[in-house]
Design a protein around this ligand. Structure first.
Ligand code: PLP
Length: 365
């Protein structure tokens, strides 16, 4: 079975969703204008809605989460500056080295539990003001964490690290690609979560189910700067309302339902915990990302991923023995219920038939 088949259960990412007929209808009927000149009424409405929801002054629509993250860090940093980020942060490892390429900024990567940072992790990491030393300018946090395991920051922890950063002269940026998952799982409002952050990047193309689109939110000053960067980074569009309409539709219809994705993820985690050859602590599945390990004597994660594809299930490798399954809008409970049997079948058939598959997807040595 291949990934084009309609019965393929695609848990590789929450980016795999396709727009529903209702979302497409909203896109078709959107009022449009030239957004580069601020004349697209639908984009303007989306930006205003997000400002209201987050309690921030200004917002700017962007093509992708990578782009809005990079616009955000460019708003705070100058070439030669350094940002602090968890070593598993998307900005540090999954954006192609963009901080260095686009802004001349280096990432100082730190360790912390489950992809998150505490004040203890950060203490001593801001460099002194000395001509020899790189200037530390920005703290980047990811919420929910992606490679860290789909965790959301407890509000106290998030507020503490941001307050500490501000007291020490840093700005704060949140990669909130899945911030609505954090809201729903933690029972927080967007205003509460976003209050301690200077800028926040949000994706509409993940759990919210849009075909594309992200947004950067912050102070008027930061967003004015980000608008300039958006143009330079090639992201200033014309009748972008055709996409913004999908984002507005998602804000109005697809947030509360994220709980279903979280319930499906936890259910899958509990089922996987019963399977011999698989390790997972279901308590660690807090949102829509299910991380689990295959026992090395059975084979590696890439081999299990290949075997699962044959069984009609898409689950990607995230490390030598770690795989990640994502639940989303296009995945039903009935489909999730079929996954444990596919995993059992894949393990039973034996992973050693998949020879020559590298041990990890992100390392070659
Ligand atoms: C998906 C994602 C992004 C944005 O990535 P794009 O490839 O630009 O869509 C940013 N941060 C995190 C944590 C993500 O998971």
């Amino acid at each position: 079975m291949d990934s084009d088949s309609s019965s393929f259960i695609d848990l590789r990412s929450d980016t795999k969703t396709k727009p529903t007929p209702e979302m497409l209808q909203a896109m078709i009927s959107a009022e449009l204008g030239d957004d580069m000149n601020g004349e697209d009424p639908t984009v303007n409405r989306l930006e205003a809605m997000i400002c209201d929801l987050l309690g921030k002054e200004a917002a700017v629509f962007a093509c992708s989460g990578t782009q809005s993250n990079q616009m955000g860090l460019r708003a705070h940093c100058l070439p030669g500056d350094e940002l602090l980020i968890h070593e598993l942060g998307h900005i540090a490892i999954f954006e192609g080295g963009a901080p260095a390429i686009l802004s001349g900024v280096s990432c100082r990567t730190l360790t912390g539990e489950r992809g998150m940072l505490t004040v203890e992790d950060l203490r001593g990491k801001i460099r002194a003001n000395d001509q020899h030393l790189t200037r530390t300018r920005l703290l980047c946090v990811e919420n929910t964490t992606n490679a860290g395991g789909g965790h959301y920051y407890p509000l106290d922890q998030l507020t503490d690290i941001c307050n500490w950063a501000h007291e020490n002269g840093l700005k704060t940026h949140m990669d909130g690609a899945r911030i609505f998952n954090a809201c729903v799982a933690g029972g927080y409002t967007m205003k509460e979560i976003c209050a301690p952050l200077d800028t926040i990047s949000i994706c509409f193309s993940k759990g919210l189910g849009c075909p594309m689109g992200s947004i950067l939110v912050g102070s008027q000053e930061a967003i004015t700067h980000a608008r300039r960067s958006r143009k330079i980074f090639g992201g200033a569009l014309r009748q972008a309302g055709i996409v913004a309409a999908a984002c507005i539709y998602a804000l109005e219809n697809n947030i509360e339902r994220l709980q279903e994705d979280h319930d499906n993820a936890r259910f899958l985690a509990e089922q996987l915990a019963e399977i011999e050859g698989i390790s997972i602590n279901p308590e660690h599945t807090e949102t829509n990302l299910v991380f689990f390990d295959v026992h090395p004597e059975r084979g590696n994660a890439m081999q299990l991923s290949a075997a699962l594809k044959k069984e009609g299930v898409g689950i990607g490798a995230m490390g030598n023995s770690t795989l990640r399954a994502c639940t989303h809008l296009d995945i039903s409970r009935a489909q999730i219920e079929q996954v444990p049997a596919a995993v059992r079948a894949a393990l039973k058939a034996g992973l050693d038939q998949y020879q020559g598959i590298a041990t990890g997807p992100y390392a070659r040595g």
